[in-house]
Design a protein around this ligand. Sequence first.
Ligand SMILES: NC(=O)C1=CN([C@@H]2O[C@H](COP(=O)(O)OP(=O)(O)OC[C@H]3O[C@@H](n4cnc5c(N)ncnc54)[C@H](OP(=O)(O)O)[C@@H]3O)[C@@H](O)[C@H]2O)[C@@H](O)CC1
Ligand SMILES: [K+]
Length: 461
Amino acid sequence: MPQPILTAAAMRDAETAAVAAGTTYAALMATAGKAVADTAARFALGRPILVLAGPGNNGGDGYVAASILAERGHDVIVAAHGDARSAEAIAARAAWQGQTIALADAEPRPILIDALFGTGLSRPLDADVATTLQSLVDAAEFSLAVDVPSGVDTDTGADLGAPHGLTATLALGAYKPAHLIEPAAGLCGHLFLADIGVPARGSWHVIARPQLVPPPRDAQKFTRGLVVVVAGAMPGAARLAARAAIHAGAGYVILAGADAGQPEAIVHKPLGDPADLAAILDDDRIGCVLIGPGLGRDDRASALLDIAVASRHPLVVDGDALTLLGREAPHRLAPRADIAMTPHAGEFARMFASADGKLLATLSAARAIDGVVVHKGPDTVVAAPDGRAAVQIERSSWLSTAGSGDTLAGILAARRATGVDFFGAAQQAVWFHTRAAKLAGPAFVADQLSHYLPAAIGECL
Ligand SMILES: NC(=O)C1=CN([C@@H]2O[C@H](COP(=O)(O)OP(=O)(O)OC[C@H]3O[C@@H](n4cnc5c(N)ncnc54)[C@H](OP(=O)(O)O)[C@@H]3O)[C@@H](O)[C@H]2O)[C@@H](O)CC1
Ligand SMILES: [K+]
């Protein structure tokens, strides 16, 4: 099973369930604190440690970690902020035998453990706390956030005054949205996950490496998956998408409305009148249609979009087609089942409201169109209308290049055409896209991405 992603409330529920099943909150805190101590010790290499301990159970984890590290012979000082509140945090603080100073008096030390606030943060950090925390992080050689960086909203990933430049974050028990959704994800540094013995389940998870099987022995090009890519005003974008589709496992790719270019295996079909598209799409062998990359935004583009929406095949809507739909997206796509769209942040904002953070906004969009929404970015979210969501954890910032989105859309169409449903196909597409980018190396051109897709697929067989 891929790793689940839990909100703060869901994590608390999981802890409550674990306690009902026989453990105690104190035992959970002991396990969490030990995980923090183990991780800090790996990187401390004997250097002096400063633990910042807040008033809640995050601070409690910090006191436990401080005690374990001191017992192991490390030089540890705790800087406390606020009185411990919960019974477990009070006990953890009482058990700490070493030096305790006030946060305001803390001097930098090479190793910093940030246990000020965790999933219980309920408002932005006070300005003086944020300033002190930032200066201690800046001066540290290695800084580790306990559970989440202090000052991020666990559920939305909003920055509520968290420090920039943390070296690492140790997620306790399960990933939370803040570990994966920007801007909080970018503030975590290296991400580690500690099992604290709390069984965590949910309908959200991180995107894992796909598991594929080769085509069956009796496979032929049409059963492997027939993709139709519709070209428009800027045919280069559709060509990139078609190339990605044929490298991503589709058996047959038709580029409607543009010269195919390379590779020759892509089949070109001319589109004189938009109505020609209806004839091309009248084919039961088609496994997926992609419309949008370089489509244009004029009347002809809109007519092509209407024909694609009216077709009976699984449909990927991307690029210009999303801008054409705008706020009308839920209405114009209402007659459709089996649909996926791939907006970047700007296209998403033109179609849907974005309150409540990226994860919830994408889930609500998926419900609105009754289809899968792939909300692209460094923190791509794939959401299904039934409430399932998957978030990218492997990343490549080199994917921020022209044609990258066209390539993703082509991969998605190919994976859907192989028979995977859109929720699964979208996760595969996001994974292959990122993996191909890593294989391509730095500063690649989007045209090159397709060539690395077969190797990425090969890693999943
Ligand atoms: N349950 C368990 O056994 C386990 C829990 N674990 C650990 O517990 C963490 C969650 O603990 P938590 O719920 O106590 O929340 P946490 O963030 O430490 O502090 C909340 C306190 O801070 C206060 N406060 C909030 N915002 C503030 C602000 N801006 N400025 C000032 N104060 C502010 C808030 O006050 P209030 O909002 O009530 O006014 C409240 O008093 C979790 O992240 C993990 O590390 C795991 O180890 C597993 C075992
Ligand atoms: K923290």
